[in-house]
Design a protein around this ligand. Structure first.
Ligand code: SF4
Ligand code: FES
Length: 334
């Protein structure tokens, strides 16, 4: 049992009161002179016992347990832990200045803990230091592909990048992706990227137009058929692969790893009927032949899509399943 200063009168009352009451009984029977003071002492003991019990239960214990319960529900313990574990990090943000048309570095010192992501810190910086800071994000869980930016030189999803794991000597550098036109601060323009994506007809294509929109049956696939395209279907269109690609960064017309990986994804799907047309569409200098197989796209992909492999597979399929005559016109029609 817990011992507090309030427990002393409680114990005295608990033990003393019954003793005094028994003594009083004896006093009434054998010594009436002692009965009166013993009655007073028993009454005092009884009141002290009751008061101490009341204070202990209703003033001390109950409010404390209630306070604890409320505190736990609001999470101040977590807040205290967070405060105790927080680390000061300098965020060097290279923000695109629309007026000057260049990146301008600004530093913000901000406290983070072991769970803080770059996106979480940027949102805090926007709230607490500079509400003009612009960046794009949505899901905050690596699903929507909106929060791509360059962290310490590597294209990354800000919501999946832990600050403390990437900070170097208390510093972290965040800048916009530069394989895409810059809009403001850390936000970039994805119009070109989506145009390239749409150019590969990223959907299952059926030759019969009626069937395309009103299929009368399910298209069953074997495990092997699914495995051919599945790894390439995890793309969330974050654009990191484009940013990392040295060819995209020097030749804006290059179709790019994301679009080409999707070309392969649909080509490899047994339900799609564009077949050779997909291969011939990729058969250009700005298509698969533009790829120099640097492999940077696959290294940065947060979903393990491996666009570099998809491009090589497209090349192999192209050379094995089309003739030189079929390939010639496509090459000159860019
Ligand atoms: S292939 Fe990977 S890196 Fe490229 S857009 Fe898709 S998810 Fe992002
Ligand atoms: S906010 Fe959606 S992927 Fe980062």
């Amino acid at each position: 049992m817990r011992t507090t200063t309030l427990m002393l009168p409680l114990y005295v009352g608990m033990i003393g009161t019954p003793i005094l009451l028994v003594l009083r009984l004896f006093a009434i029977l054998y010594s009436p002179l002692l009965a009166y003071p013993l009655t007073v002492l028993a009454a005092i003991g009884f009141i002290a016992f009751g008061a101490a019990g009341f204070v202990e239960v209703f003033v001390h214990d109950y409010p404390k347990s209630m306070r604890l319960r409320i505190a736990r529900s609001k999470g101040p313990a977590a807040a205290e832990r967070k405060e105790a574990n927080s680390v000061r990090i300098t965020f060097r943000l290279r923000r695109f200045d629309e007026g000057k048309k260049q990146l301008v570095e600004e530093a913000y010192v901000h406290n983070v803990d072991e769970l803080t992501t770059v996106l979480g810190a940027l949102v805090d910086i926007k709230e607490k230091h500079d509400n003009t800071l612009s960046m794009r994000y949505s899901c905050r869980m690596g699903i929507c592909g909106s929060c791509g930016m360059v962290v310490n030189g590597k294209p990354s999803l800000a919501c999946e990048t832990n600050v403390l794991e990437h900070a170097r000597k208390g510093d972290i550098v965040v800048e916009p992706m530069q394989g895409h036109p810059l809009l403001k601060d850390l936000a970039t323009d994805f119009d070109d990227f989506f145009e390239k994506h749409m150019s590969v007809q990223p959907r299952l294509y059926r030759i019969d137009a009626k069937e395309q929109y009103a299929a009368k049956k399910e298209y069953h696939q074997t495990r092997e058929e699914v495995d051919r395209f599945l790894p390439y279907s995890y793309c969330i269109m974050c654009g990191l692969c484009e940013d990392a690609c040295p060819v995209v960064n020097t030749n804006p017309n290059f179709k790019g790893p994301q679009a080409l990986a999707q070309e392969y994804r649909y080509y490899a799907d047994s339900r799609d009927q564009l077949g050779k047309k997909r291969l011939l569409d990729a058969d250009r200098l700005d298509g698969v032949w533009g790829c120099e197989f640097a492999g940077a796209c696959s290294k940065v992909c947060p979903k393990g899509v491996d666009p570099a492999a998809a491009i090589q597979l497209l090349k192999t399929e192209l050379m094995s399943n089309t003739t030189a005559e079929e390939r010639e016109p496509a090459r000159h029609s860019t």
